[in-house]
Design a protein around this ligand. Sequence first.
Ligand SMILES: [Mn+2]
Length: 339
Amino acid sequence: MTEITPDSDVHAAVAALAAADRVLIATHENPDGDAIGSMTAAAAGLRQIGKHVRMYLEPASTIPHEVSFLNTDGLERDIDPAEIEGWALLVLDCGNERRLGELHEALRASAATVVDVDHHHDNSRFGDVNLIDGHASSTAEILVPVFDGLGIEITPQIAEALYVGLVTDTGRFQYRTTSPEALRLAARLVEAGADVHKVFELVFESVQLGKLSLLGRVIEHTVPYYGGRLLVSHVSREDLALVEGDEATTEGLIDHLRAVDGVQVAGLIREQVPLPDGTITPNRVSLRSRGLIDVSQIARKSAGGGHKQAAGFSHPGTVDDIRDFIVAEVAAQLEEPAA
Ligand SMILES: [Mn+2]
């Protein structure tokens, strides 16, 4: 369990970035608002103080439509690790290095310094410098003292990107992570030029009709267990094809299941689409909890991770296998025999 971040970790992150002329910023596969918000804010901030910056996202991931307005110009999906020999690698919102994608080992080997900034309590501390605060609302929140230490001015553009990370990872300031610090940061970002209503419209009021249709399929596929305390649903390949969606289209759908009366845990299984070469990657799963069940513990049993109330993992089994796995793991934590 990560405790409150020591100031020395902030200083170490500031020192590592201050010493670097060139920084590659990367974030986790299937990025969310905090990942893209933090990455684009860090890119703008480090450029402001004269750093040469590149941004990387592994090629199979798409940026969710809701946060596609953030400035990801120049974001690279393929990178020659030899080109970043001697650079600093700043990894944001990424609980372990595998979530960087297939290049993670090569990127780490090329980089002179790896700076790991994250708020997942189970972060594997893969960096040379690890700035981890498991109590922080978002990676965006942890970045702000680093920006302050580097003398980066919070411009309206940076404020807006950080605010997107904050507002999405706190569930619009409703999750338990909505601390006084998170709310004070929101005020500071609004003062610095973040446009609350614009972000609301772009992030939360720009749902595409296909996504709404997909939500309909997810609701139809929902199976309740333990008197409705656990809900499990899935998105099949056919569902995604019908709405012409991709992995990013499923972002946030699970929150509708967690919001159901009486639910303690919700799981959403996303069946993967075969790659052009015919191979099928393991199905992916998102888990959400209201707090009674620690879903990061379940995710770690299948090489995943996350937060106690929001976690994810990949699994080699079929949708039915994975449903059985979730039901059994939730039973173990509810201390009840499997249904
Ligand atoms: Mn986050």
